[in-house]
Design a protein around this ligand. Structure first.
Ligand code: HEC
Ligand code: HEC
Ligand code: HEC
Ligand code: HEC
Ligand code: HEC
Length: 458
């Protein structure tokens, strides 16, 4: 072989190797970085005060300090040690900087730096150079001078900026908002997939449109400055990252985010009730309630749905206020009436028994959640008593709770915390306790006008 031939062979081999190397970038792993390579969010706040103010107090900023998460993490720690599971599995999404800087394990957090304790924080999110797919946080990090974003004309004297389409794509959120069991690969949470299979994905209404703009059920412009020293922009993405958590936000004193979570919940669903105004004694009275997911770009509920609960409470009174029918009530221990349909996911462990412990899950026993723009119908009936007086009144309330009271009692002791029950939708609508204009009516009007679906403009 001639020398030039050999040289070109070597060059080709090196080049192919390089391409393979770049193409197959590994997700960042334990010990790849030091935590002091990530800046604390307070530093960004100097110029990005609005983004900071919105993020501060969100479940992203509390993803590590969340006491509910911490309690389950410690349970996982015990199981992981006994079963040889990867100790950093949970922390990869809840404190990603802690994992890549090998400050986790130990899971008690005693080695965590201040920046790692910030959970899903500014410099982590804006150092994601690429992702190796969806689920279980396959991020590839390049912390340093460059802050990645989605704006191609951003200029800052304090750091480099680089535009990456990925930041305006649901796949960005999909890194962490799909969760698979680390050993048996069972789907434990799939907000991204639920969205991907919905019409929202086709219409280009991504996670950012609803969770990073004031729109809630779709994109809404937010004019202003992305940085105090930068130019006026037609639209600046917000960083509240609010979903449905009005429990942990309340306990942790994050009242702004708690209030917003209630608003989100009250934009998600609509109730239609078909019930008679009057009935004859002994008549079998039939009531039909249709629940529609009108505002969420994924199932309701979504996320860690082994804990989340959604259910309907139905009350029928006669004209003197006597209760003729009541279902979906809570008992004194905070347990939902066992006859009630609870919308959530039930996982089974290796013995087929229901479990709320993600790492014990081996199969899905049931999943009756309501898909985006889908409806379910509940039929209820009762016998009209002899002495009841017409007209009769039907009231329906769709409730949401972040976790069963029993699970929280088991983790923290009897009534250490009372999990709030949020009214998502009510029938008749006037009775809803939310601010007028922010209820389901607003959501429907917004949807029907189509203003919710304007795409983002640069
Ligand atoms: C969960 C990850 C995440 C966190 C945490 C996060 N960001 Fe962002 N940020 C994004 C994404 C994604 C976008 C782009 C949204 C789009 O284009 O759809 C963005 C956009 C921005 C923008 C540009 C806004 C615009 O419209 O011009 C700035 C500035 C910014 N972020 C700063 C920050 C600061 C400062 C913090 C911390 C207080 C922070 N980010 C926390 C993901 C994050
Ligand atoms: C000294 C001021 C200053 C500090 C500190 C600062 N930035 Fe910026 N940053 C800017 C300016 C100015 C822009 C350009 C804004 C524009 O063009 O609208 C910018 C742009 C950005 C963008 C680009 C937005 C996009 O959509 O591409 C991101 C992301 C960003 N900063 C993240 C951060 C993060 C994360 C921190 C903290 C680690 C930080 N910045 C600290 C001034 C600053
Ligand atoms: C069309 C608007 C819309 C889109 C698109 C959307 N969401 Fe939501 N999201 C909502 C609303 C409304 C709620 C509150 C009701 C609920 O809990 O589902 C919510 C709730 C959530 C919650 C809290 C769920 C719980 O019960 O704990 C998470 C997490 C979430 N969204 C993440 C995402 C992610 C990730 C995406 C993209 C894959 C996304 N959302 C797309 C509107 C949207
Ligand atoms: C590094 C992983 C990670 C990424 C990337 C990420 N998230 Fe999250 N997100 C989390 C974790 C973890 C939580 C839950 C924290 C907790 O409750 O303890 C969360 C919570 C949320 C919530 C609050 C849910 C509630 O019940 O109130 C919303 C909304 C949300 N994320 C939206 C988004 C959106 C939109 C994106 C993409 C722009 C995104 N997230 C990207 C990890 C991530
Ligand atoms: C792939 C990313 C990912 C992994 C891995 C992960 N989580 Fe989460 N976790 C999330 C997201 C995203 C949410 C928010 C979803 C929602 O709001 O319903 C969340 C929410 C939670 C919540 C509810 C917190 C609240 O305030 O309501 C608990 C508890 C929790 N996770 C525990 C764990 C434990 C324990 C593990 C490990 C066995 C784990 N998570 C692994 C992404 C992850």
């Amino acid at each position: 072989m001639k020398r030039s031939g050999l040289l070109s062979l070597i060059i080709t081999a090196l080049f192919t190797g390089l391409i393979l190397f770049i193409g197959a970038a590994e997700p960042s792993g334990p010990g790849d970085f030091r935590s002091d390579q990530f800046l604390k969010s307070g530093i960004c706040s100097n110029c990005h005060g609005s983004s900071f103010g919105e993020w501060d107090g969100s479940m992203h900023s509390n993803a590590d300090s969340d006491f509910f998460y911490q309690a389950t993490l410690q349970e996982y720690g015990v199981a992981a040690e006994a079963q040889g599971l990867s100790p950093e599995f949970c922390s990869r999404c809840h404190t990603p900087v802690g994992v890549v800087s090998a400050e986790i394990p130990p899971l008690n957090g005693s080695h965590l730096s201040e920046v790692s304790k910030e959970g899903v924080q500014c410099d982590f999110c804006h150092s994601v150079a690429e992702s190796e797919g969806i689920g279980n946080a396959p991020f590839v990090l390049e912390p340093g001078d460059i802050k990645w974003g989605n704006r191609s004309d951003a200029e800052s004297s304090s750091h480099e900026t680089e535009a990456h389409e990925f930041y305006n794509d649901s796949a960005y959120c999909g890194m962490c908002h799909n969760i698979y069991h680390p050993v048996n690969n069972l789907t434990l949470g799939a907000t991204y997939t639920e969205w991907e299979e919905s019409s929202y994905a086709e219409e280009g209404v991504n996670c950012q449109a609803c969770h990073m703009t004031p729109g809630i059920v779709g994109f809404e412009e937010n004019p202003g400055k992305a940085a105090s020293t930068g130019p006026e922009r037609e639209h600046v993405y917000t960083h509240h990252f609010v979903g449905a958590n009005a429990f942990v936000t309340d306990v942790m004193g994050e009242s702004r985010h708690e209030k917003r979570a209630i608003e989100y919940l009250q934009h998600a669903a609509e109730l239609e009730v078909t019930a008679p105004d009057s009935a004859e004694p002994e008549e079998n009275v039939k009531v039909e309630v249709k629940i529609t997911n009108v505002g969420a770009g994924h199932r309701i509920p979504t996320g860690v749905t082994e804990d989340r609960e959604m259910w309907l409470e139905l009350t029928v009174n006669d004209s003197e206020g006597r209760i003729l029918y009541h279902s979906g009530a809570l008992d004194s221990e905070g347990k939902i009436d066992p006859e009630t349909t609870v919308y959530h996911t039930v996982f089974a462990d290796s013995e087929g028994k229901p479990t709320v412990k993600l790492w014990e899950a081996e199969s899905i026993l049931s999943d009756n959640r309501i898909g985006p723009k889908e409806s379910v119908i509940e039929n209820l009936s009762f016998i009209m008593p002899e002495n009841a007086s017409n007209p009769i009144n039907t009231k329906a309330v769709l409730h949401y709770r972040s976790a069963p009271q029993k699970h929280i009692d088991e983790l923290f002791g009897e009534r250490a915390y009372t999990v709030p029950v949020i009214e998502m939708a009510t029938y008749p609508e006037e009775e809803k306790t939310s601010t007028p204009g922010f209820g389901t009516i607003g959501a429907i009007i917004a949807l029907s006008l189509g203003i919710a679906f304007r795409r983002r403009k640069r």
